[in-house]
Write a protein that binds this ligand. Sequence first.
Ligand code: MRU
Length: 345
Amino acid sequence: MSNPKQLSVQALQWSGHSLKVLDQRLLPETIRYDEYLDAAGVTEAIASMRVRGAPAIGIAAAYGVVLSAMRHYPSADWQAAVERDIAQLAASRPTAVNLFWALDKMRAQLATTDADPLAALTELAKQIHADDMAANHAMGERGADIIGAAKAVLTHCNAGALATGGYGTALGVIRSAHKRGHLQHVYADETRPWLQGARLTVWELAQDGIPATLIADSAAAWLMKSGKIDWIIVGADRIAANGDVANKIGTYSLAVLARQHGVKVMVAAPSSTFDFTLASGDSIEIEERNPQELLADCYLRDDSLVTAWNPVFDVTPAELISAIVTERGVVIDPGKNGVGSLRAC
Ligand code: MRU
């Protein structure tokens, strides 16, 4: 049996004095780790999507706080300088709550002492990283139990090792189910406009020897109509108190299509993705990125009549979701049953 903690790919590597970030914009052609020595660099790595995926950006931000403390402690007013860096990290991307969750944990640790914070902050960031990987393995097993003998699934965006501390949320379920020998095939949406599915997901799956077929986003309805898939399995960027799920743009349309075709929808996400302060998905801030990500260069002139709208997440209502899987437990039919049982004790 393979070592469950073995990683096929690592988005983040902590060196002890720097954070090495795999530049995901260059994949799959080029594997390059950039080394960051301060919080400003980590902020830029998140904002520019060198590192992306909700859990991974939370982990990167936690290490960013360690780098900030390394830079500023013990200068005069070092706490205020670290607070400024935390504010900068928090402004890098708005939708994934894991970023704010991790920063809150690091800030709470900072508040415990005026003495040298480095050892405790480093320990906490490493713990956040390790806990995320462990959560993914737990979710993988729970999710595989639920999909049972499903032979083929569709996934969207990249919710794999690249998006997390390792193993993945949706891809963790897929990895665990494939190891059990039932799941024979994975379909992956391209995931326009950033192509996380085409560039990252199929690459990750191929590295693990899991057969994957790439489809254009617009082929998803026809795939469901063909009867080839039993489940759609995705990750999440934020889950509201009523079970509404923010995830990569296109997830909502998949869930609507799934209802029409009798396909089930699973969301796999660690408990750090829950935001119980928001009553519903209506209050989740949806990131809108630069229209340049969509427009051909000839439309970028100021006098162009062509513009673009580029929301990069959407919200799927709880009633369209068949199961939410976390490391703490599972909710079947969250629209009916709520997600209160998944709250921290
Ligand atoms: O814009 P991205 O690539 O950061 O979006 C990522 C997603 O939407 C993922 O599905 C989500 O973060 C879950 S990752 C385990």
